[in-house]
Design a protein. Structure first.
Length: 92
């Protein structure tokens, strides 16, 4: 009977650890997606989505440094014809 209880405890411990790890992964994924949505709301005017008031964008911009860096890296690694055209007209 003692061995059975030990096996059940080990099973439940493994189940709990697995559940905790998966929950953390889901929360991290959700955070990344919310950051992407946040960036789209702030930078959406570049793709034709109405943007929030400028004063709000300026106040929130310091919190966007990581997301802006990621967007710059993605833009640099892609062959983007629209980006090249915007670069010719010195659009920032």
């Amino acid at each position: 009977m003692g061995k059975l209880m030990e096996n059940i405890k080990d099973f439940l411990k493994g189940f709990r650890e697995s559940f905790r790890d998966q929950s953390t992964e889901y929360i991290e994924f959700e955070e990344r997606e919310l950051e992407n949505v946040f960036a789209l709301v702030l930078m959406g005017s570049f793709v034709g989505i109405p943007s929030p008031p400028t004063t709000l964008v300026i106040r929130v911009m310091p919190h966007m440094l990581r997301e802006i860096y990621v967007m710059q890296q993605r833009a640099a690694s892609m062959d983007d014809i629209f980006g090249e055209i915007a670069g010719m007209f010195d659009i920032d």
